[in-house]
Design a binder for this molecule. Structure first.
Ligand SMILES: *Cc1c(COP(=O)(O)O)cnc(C)c1O
Length: 422
């Protein structure tokens, strides 16, 4: 089965004349359509807000699109907070869901009024020692431990995850926060990543809604918001059925009405922190085939590498590849598609059935919009690529320049290296 590209070969060739490969390209129409659907899916909940997870793709042009749909931002580092603030996303429109948090990050988050979502029991004291008070709004991150199963055998191991409070710590934590004058309370949990099932959020919501009742019973704290965080996945494989956010929103509404409403908690706001679901399918990595190699296997070398998209190297993740202009050609070859890093895991695909690739063919690597460019690094002195936005009207815009050697050498300043080299 094939996956469709959101951009035509002709358009890509036009862009390449201006911006050489490799580059990431994003689909404005797709981002907008999806963001509108997310908003609609949870419109039954008065306080609903999607806090887009900045780490998935921090490009300000893309964030500004999401802002139009009422999204806040989920940040987990100083620079992500600074970026949010710079984009006029401030106060309770920022969720600060960090872990192993340095003092300066709590200081900055408090200064700009972000909602702080604590990852650990000891951070209550650490936060108070750091900023001198406990903010009026506070959220706590829950980790139930053990194994968490959803449906179709999808599961993860929260018990092995470094995040969150145990249930006992959570109960104690809310008591302490209450005694310190907190007025608005939240509960957060992120238990399974990249779930391709409409059941994850509803299942998680049920766990958290029931926990909310237990928290009220044991501490007297009535939660104001419940944050389902990220984990809503996308169909990387062409034969997977994508999630339907409308069905997911309805599923959450059903448990909300079953568990919370009868208990007089029908004004709890639902928050989400989706990253992958908001951006993943709406980005592609465009790269050119520059070498072929015939040894013990058949290799195609491209001009992108794991520095541009790390997921295959890091997780063995599948990213579908379309050879532009050969969408309907038979899949007669079996290739490893590689980048140029001196690392044997620098492969975008292993034993992939593809049409015959000729040198100069353009490859579109799908679903690179989230955790793609953003995970980039500079190993082997490789430079980060440009980013391009395919606008709704079909025109395109360069939204990030490719790095140059000068950027790479910039932090060596003072050694005089830059002046000599660039
Ligand atoms: C990574 C992350 C997200 C986003 O996860 P996705 O799977 O991309 O939706 C949300 N919240 C927190 C705290 C995260 O670390």
């Amino acid at each position: 089965m094939a996956k469709k590209c959101f951009v035509t070969k002709d358009k890509v060739e036009e862009i390449i004349k201006d911006i050489p490969t490799p580059f990431h390209i994003y689909d404005e129409a797709g981002i907008r359509d999806n963001a509108a659907k997310v908003k609609d899916a949870f419109s039954w909940n008065k306080g609903f807000r999607e806090y887009y997870a900045v780490k998935a793709n921090p490009n300000p042009f893309l964030i500004n699109i999401l802002k139009e749909y009422g999204c806040g931002l989920d940040c987990s580092s100083l620079t992500e907070l600074m970026l949010a603030n710079e984009l006029d996303v401030t106060g309770d429109k920022i969720m600060f869901s960090s872990n192993d948090t340095p003092a300066e990050e709590f200081e900055y988050a408090a200064k700009i009024g972000a909602t702080i979502n604590l990852d650990d029991f000891t951070h209550i004291q650490f936060l108070e020692d750091t900023i001198g008070y406990i903010p009026k709004t506070m959220s706590l991150r829950f980790n139930p431990g053990g194994v968490y199963s959803v449906s179709n055998g999808i599961m993860d191991n929260p018990g092995d995850a470094k995040y969150g409070f145990t249930k006992e710590q959570l109960i104690e934590g809310y008591k302490i926060l209450k005694s310190k004058g907190v007025e608005r309370f939240g509960l957060h949990s992120f238990l399974v990543s990249n779930t391709v099932t409409n059941d994850y959020y509803p299942t998680l919501a049920k766990t958290l809604f029931e926990l909310a009742l237990e928290i009220r019973e044991k501490t007297g704290v009535q939660l104001d918001f419940i944050n389902l965080s990220g984990g809503v996945g996308i169909a990387y494989q062409p034969d997977q059925t994508p999630n339907d956010i409308g069905i997911i929103g309805e599923g959450v509404r059903k448990v909300y009405e079953e568990v919370l409403v009868p208990e007089g908690m029908g004004n709890v706001s639902i928050y989400t922190e989706m990253g992958r679901f908001m951006m993943g399918p709406y980005g592609g990595l465009v790269t050119t085939a520059i070498h072929e190699k015939h040894t013990y296997k058949e290799y195609i070398g491209v001009d992108a590498c794991a520095v541009n998209l790390m997921r295959p190297a890091m997780y063995g993740a599948y990213h579908h590849i379309t050879v532009l202009g050969k969408e309907d050609a038979p899949l007669t070859e079996t290739y490893d598609v590689t980048g140029s890093l001196c690392e044997n895991n620098d492969k975008f695909a292993i034993d992939r059935k593809l049409p015959k690739i000729d040198m100069g063919d353009i490859l579109f690597i799908h679903d690179a919009g989230a955790h793609g460019f953003a995970m980039g690094y500079n190993y082997n002195g490789k430079l980060k690529s440009a980013e391009v936005l395919l606008k709704e009207d079909g025109s395109y815009k360069l939204i990030r320049n490719a790095e140059t050697p000068k950027d790479y050498f910039a932090t060596f300043k003072g050694l005089g290296i830059i002046d000599g080299l660039c």
